[in-house]
Design a protein around this ligand. Structure first.
Ligand SMILES: Nc1ncnc2c1ncn2[C@@H]1O[C@H](COP(=O)(O)OP(=O)(O)OP(=O)(O)O)[C@@H](O)[C@H]1O
Length: 222
């Protein structure tokens, strides 16, 4: 199980973005997250991915309470969760070829020896050719770069996957291909999914259930 209990979170001294939010995702379950712009969907996604520490509340991953975020999170928890973001260009190092982008989390964990085989396997799963793997981000389309970012999110074979607006910049066929890749992976591994989107129709097709966050606390408190 992945559980968030009574989470309050925000940025700096400002009023919280999220207040007392709870969420549970079971293994193999796909949960969609909807809500108006600015209500805190990405903030919640980043908390689930252990990238943003909440101000209050408890996060538990497979029975283990999380006590550190980002580099302070233990490696076995960081590698249990993969995340893709809305803008692949902001999420990928412009200096790295796509092959190295995919393998980056393995190298960061001292697993470089596995990088070549794993990259080839994942490139096939996301539909990237060997030629594209040798290009850098400025030499590929947004959709091709997002495919590499999805492969990177899967490189540690995570038990939990967070897709934060993964397809909102992409056309229908690339969206379908990326969602199909995620679902093939989940069918095989029973990974749980949190999918953030503005697209209710997409989430209805993709997810077992949908959670709706209320409008932004900051906006409503004005
Ligand atoms: N790094 C940050 N520093 C300060 N404020 C931030 C930061 N990131 C987000 N915020 C603020 O937190 C609030 C929630 O942002 P968040 O990105 O979580 O919303 P969202 O629901 O994902 O929005 P959207 O649908 O537009 O992507 C917004 O008011 C935003 O301005």
């Amino acid at each position: 199980m992945l559980e968030l209990r009574d989470i309050t979170a925000g940025y700096g001294p400002a009023a919280p973005v999220l207040e007392n939010v709870s969420l549970t995702i079971a293994p193999g379950e796909a949960v969609g997250l909807l809500g108006p712009s600015g209500c805190g969907k990405s903030t919640l996604a980043r908390i689930v991915a252990l990238l943003h520490p909440p101000r209050a509340g408890i996060v538990t991953v497979d029975g283990e309470r999380v006590r550190g975020w980002r580099h302070r999170a233990p490696r076995h928890l960081r590698t249990a969760i993969g995340i893709t973001f809305q803008q692949p260009r902001a999420a990928a190092d412009p200096r790295l070829r796509l092959a190295d982008t995919i393998a980056e989390p393995l190298r960061a964990c001292g697993l470089a020896a596995a990088a070549k085989d794993r990259t080839a396997e994942l490139a096939e799963a996301v539909g990237l050719t060997a030629e594209l793997l040798h290009r850098r981000p400025h030499e590929v389309s947004d959709g091709q770069l997002q495919r590499a970012c999805l492969a990177r999110a899967l490189v540690h074979e995570p038990r939990w996957l967070v897709c934060d607006e993964m397809t909102s910049m992409l056309d229908a066929s690339t969206t379908a291909a990326l969602v199909a890749t995620v679902e093939t992976y989940r069918d095989r591994t029973r990974a749980g999914l949190l999918a953030v989107s503005h697209d209710r129709d997409l989430l209805t097709r993709w997810c077992d259930r949908i959670i709706q966050l209320p409008p932004a606390l900051i906006a409503t408190s004005r």
